[in-house]
Write a protein that binds this ligand. Sequence first.
Ligand SMILES: Cc1ncc(COP(=O)(O)O)c(C=O)c1O
Length: 438
Amino acid sequence: MNEISNSGRNVTIEEALADAKRDYTARNPASLARQQAASAAMPGGNTRTVLYYDPFPLGFARGEGARLFDVDGHEYVDLLGEYTAGIAGHSHPAARRAVIAALDGGISLGGHNTLEPKFSALVKARFPAMELLRFTNSGTEANLLAISTAVATSGKRGVMVFKGGYHGAVFTFSGGANINAPFDYVLAGYNDTAGTRALIADNAEKLAAVILEPMLGGGGCIPATPEFLAMLREETAKRGITLIFDEVMTSRLAVHGLGEARGIRPDLMTLGKYVGGGMSFGAFGGKEALMARFDPSREGALPHAGTFNNNVLTMSAGIAALTEIYTEEAAKTLNARGEKLRARLNESAKRSGAAVQWTGIGSMMAFHPVAGEITTPEQSNAGEARIRELLFFDLLRAGFWIARRGMIAMSLPLTDADLDAFAAAFDEFLSVRRPLLG
Ligand SMILES: Cc1ncc(COP(=O)(O)O)c(C=O)c1O
């Protein structure tokens, strides 16, 4: 393992970061060349915004288990797990077998296939809020369809969303420029129980749906409070507004999804990421009365198209994901290991006296450069954002890959030794960077 930093202790954040980026640039010439080549045909050399960071992103050559290898030959412990989608790790044998079996049977059948009944039954059994469900190609599409279902069935266009929320490419609510889908949004404060209750009452006439994650994922792994979720269920039920839980990320945090674990069942729920066994995946589903509107044998059925909705690669890999990879037992074990890791990181932070912490549930967690309780993204954003960036570059140097914004999503092949090494690297970060951490 490399040392966490090659700069001295007595520097400012600006100097430390500039130093870290200089070191990063010198260590990664092949990644820089890859980025320059990619920029010829893609704006900024990028086709997925979250992956870009300054001065240029790493290019990965391959992955194996819980390891990643970049194009300059460095090896990393993968603690990002493809932003929750890569729960199986790289090239899991069961996923590989399932994909090859699907390939062997022909992949573009242009009709119904024999895998759909099995996969949909497995998804329904695992996530009981989905009395009926349909498949999409991504989490974004699942949310677009869930919201559109609420709009189509209610005749209203208002959608309540939350500051700091993210539900896909066209549903970003953290401020700044956006290309959001053109619904009539009502923006509320996450975990603001009284304020949101009042806002629902004030906008009841126009609200078709309320959509949220039961824990903000990309927004900083901030769990919803039980009172907040209970209030949303009560107010939406009372007023005939469709409550949608986006569980694209959070469904992995409990065997039957996080909403179910919290005892709150939404009207519609969306899935994505790991459930497709590493293939492109999304699903939306929920109350039979709502979802039955898509039954094409019914007069006036709602249409739902999508060339790849039932593609055999996803159906096959998804079956493997739920039966062989992320089994109920595996979900319990991974989340218990995550709880332990987060507690350990927070103990280190506390011991150091630095104003930093990790929030989250189970196998998902995020770093925050602030002390004190965090129940909203605003509280986290009040911290010094460059500390997060410094942590990212310091961990890269030490051989650990996490999200640039400080998120971890553990995958199954991570060993206890990997987690010990990560905890040690975080300890070193706290020690070396202590003067900068407040
Ligand atoms: C909570 C949440 N919803 C929806 C999405 C969108 O999923 P996809 O990237 O598959 O479109 C994401 C992706 O990160 C997500 O985190």
